[in-house]
Write a protein that binds this ligand. Structure first.
Ligand code: 7RM
Length: 656
């Protein structure tokens, strides 16, 4: 367990203020203890009670069926529709006229949709999909900017029972093609472009390139429809028959569309995430359990109240956007802010300006963003009236105590509790986080397990470790929103998540952690070959394959190194061919190549050329050594198995 160190020795604690506690949904330690104990000991009873809140079309007959572990069935026999949970149920209530989405485009244009209006738009969108022949069970790729139509597209798929696979707009054509192919998508929803840092991100162009790439493959799925939303009005190429403008079809579409009754265990969506191999995994989430988890965690962790204005700054292309922009908040009838663009556009106070303008009360963002704001300076925050804020959240990576304290002091004005939420694409919803009306928060700790979560720290042999001992995070019981599989690869699903320890199935998330004497969890980061850059997961193998696919690269090894702003940064060690001209031009070329293969987010922060990589006698690249070299720290531990010690000496010479 060499890489797990108990580095943090943070002991400040911040209990919720009396004012906050007085209004909170859960406000006593005893209540948390009692509810948590019940949720773990008798999950069927606990989750049955929660699930009663959802508008089931047909009731379920069994809360949990774990007989086919590690594939769980939750709420078997029940029928519901996720879009009806998010929309229809509010229409008969006082919430029908409540704002569902307050949207701002990067250039400053705005749009507000009430629940009634959003419902109408989603029905219309669903009818457009139907008119194009999209049906229940079909996979639909969504590759869009952060515009209201993205939420509509997601909900429209859910309404007709089509499985959505949202691909983040920052991914390249190649990455999009891989995901369309793996998921067997037959339709793509996109936009002409989106605004990012004052420029148009040409999404339709990327879709064209992706589909051209797939057309060259023998067994690739046939995409019959590319549905294009007009956003930026840039020129786009057009493939007659395949490509259709949303605004053309929408004019003729009815605004009535009955939600498809979906089985609890019908797939709601696929979302691709990186693992420790080069091939991203299509994480499978189903309808009933996911919706129960999204609904309940949003309500509890953000202590959601009817008058809240809630803003999660993630992109819908990530799981955070699925669960905490779309499904969770809308299932609760919340008012959500959605913003298209960059935080620096047109000035570094844009986020705070948005908070002031819309009186945001709950604000959820990522540590990398917080560190960026810190760097930009307090004045950009202090210029705005943030007195509407009452709760702050973070997600995506461990937050360093300094950034946490800054967030609390400068953004939260020492008044707002901070919920540091640990979870994953695979877990569907928040797993470890404070209950803001109860838990004393600690800078850098996600604190305690959420309801239904039986978290523990185990060693490699499955032995539970004592307080503050670093080990592997483990989840010992099934939970409603857990992944049901990896699309098309059951063996990998079992192998990756369920085979770390012998005996009863235990979920292995791939993170190292420790638990302190108060039962608070401190996540220490990944223990596999996954790097986390600005909260975005990338596998070292994925970036390596991209590099090696360039003709002048013989071999590549990619590691993460600590970075003040992005958490981790990508450092690539590359052995070029003899003919290659090593220098700045090649670095630029390799960066462009990685952008093309995966997307800009995967570009190495540093590329180092080397004649050889350090390897063990069995030929394994010694990543631990490379990590140390990349971080510029003295190499510790055993180097006796290294094949050629001169390689190491040479690599050190590259240190800058
Ligand atoms: C929601 C999301 C998951 C990985 C996870 C961790 C890391 C996420 C935290 C965190 C420390 C946190 N899904 N991670 N949240 N580490 N504290 N609060 O990020 O699938 O994209 O990534 O992110 O390593 O395994 S994800």
């Amino acid at each position: 367990m060499g890489q797990i160190e108990n580095v943090l020795s943070e002991n400040r604690a911040f209990p919720p203020s009396e004012e906050f506690r007085a209004e909170a949904r859960v406000s006593s330690e005893q209540a948390y203890q009692r509810m948590h104990a019940e949720s773990v000991a008798r999950p069927e009873v606990f989750w049955d009670r929660v699930a009663q809140d959802l508008p089931w079309i047909e009731p379920y007959d069994k809360v949990l069926d774990w007989s086919d572990a590690p594939v769980a069935k939750w709420f078997s026999g029940g029928k519901l529709n996720a879009s009806a949970v998010c929309l229809d149920q509010h229409l008969e209530t006082i919430r029908s006229g409540k704002r569902a989405i307050i949207w701002e485009g990067e250039p400053g244009d705005t749009r507000t949709l009430t629940y009634t209006q959003l419902h109408l738009e989603v029905c219309r969108f669903a009818n457009v999909l139907k008119a194009r022949g999209v049906k229940k069970g079909d996979r639909v790729a969504i590759y869009m900017p952060m515009i209201p139509e993205l939420a509509m597209a997601v909900l429209a798929c859910a309404r007709i029972g089509a499985i959505h696979s949202v691909v983040f707009g920052g991914f390249s054509a190649q990455a999009l093609a891989d995901r369309i192919e793996d998921g067997g998508c037959s339709a793509v929803i996109t936009a002409d472009g989106g605004w990012r840092r004052g420029k148009v991100l040409p999404l339709k162009k990327e879709v064209d390139a992706a589909l051209e790439n797939l057309a060259a493959k023998a067994d690739a799925p046939e995409v019959h429809t590319v549905l294009v939303v007009r956003r930026t009005e840039n020129e786009v190429a057009w493939s007659e028959g395949r490509d259709v403008w949303y605004h053309d079809l929408c004019a003729e579409a009815s605004t009535e569309c009955e939600p498809e009754p979906m089985d609890s265990e019908d797939v709601l969506f696929l979302l691709y995430t990186s693992g420790s191999t080069g091939k991203p995994k299509g994480i499978v989430h189903t309808t009933g359990g996911y919706m129960v988890g999204a609904y309940f965690s949003t309500q509890m962790v953000f202590d959601l109240q009817d008058e809240d204005v809630y803003w999660c700054t993630a992109d819908v292309g990530w799981i955070t956007g699925h669960s905490y922009i779309v499904y969770g908040p809308l299932a609760n009838g919340a008012t959500c802010v959605m913003y298209e663009g960059a935080p620096s556009e047109p000035h570094e106070g844009r986020f705070w300006e948005i908070c002031e303008r819309h009186k945001v009360s709950v604000f959820y963002t990522a540590p990398t963003a917080i560190r960026t704001f810190m760097r930009w300076g307090d004045e950009h925050v202090e210029r705005y009236d943030l007195s509407s804020l009452r709760l702050l959240g973070t997600v995506g990576e461990p937050i360093n105590p300094e950034a946490w304290m800054w967030y609390r002091r400068v953004v939260g004005q020492e008044r707002c509790p901070i919920v540091d939420t640990w979870w994953q694409t695979e877990t569907g919803v928040i797993m470890i986080a404070p209950l803001p009306g109860v838990t004393a928060t600690k800078p850098g700790s996600a604190t305690r397990p959420f309801f239904g979560v039986d978290a523990a720290i185990l060693d490699e042999d499955g032995k539970e470790l004592g307080p503050n001992e670093g080990g592997l995070l483990a989840i010992r019981k099934p939970w409603p929103s857990m992944l049901r599989g990896i699309w098309g690869d059951e063996a990998r699903f079992r192998e990756t998540y369920w085979s770390k320890w012998a005996g009863e199935p235990i979920y292995f998330p791939g993170d190292g952690a420790r638990k302190d004497e108060d039962g608070c969890f401190w996540i220490l980061g990944r223990v596999d070959d996954v790097i986390n850059v600005s909260g975005h997961r990338l596998s070292t193998m994925e970036v390596e394959s991209a590099l090696v696919s360039h003709p002048v690269v013989c071999e590549a090894a990619v590691v993460g190194r600590p970075d003040d702003v992005t958490g981790q940064a990508i450092c690539a060690f590359v052995t070029p061919t003899k003919e290659a001209e090593v220098g700045a031009a090649l670095i630029a070329e390799l960066n462009a190549h990685v952008s093309k293969e995966i997307g800009k987010l995967a570009r190495p922060a540093q590329i180092r050329f080397t004649d050889a990589l350090p390897k063990t006698r069995s030929g394994k690249i010694m990543r631990r050594l490379l990590r140390d070299i990349a971080a510029g720290v003295e190499t510790v531990g055993d180097t006796s198995t290294i094949e050629d010690l001169t390689v190491l000496a040479k690599l050190r010479g590259f240190e800058d």
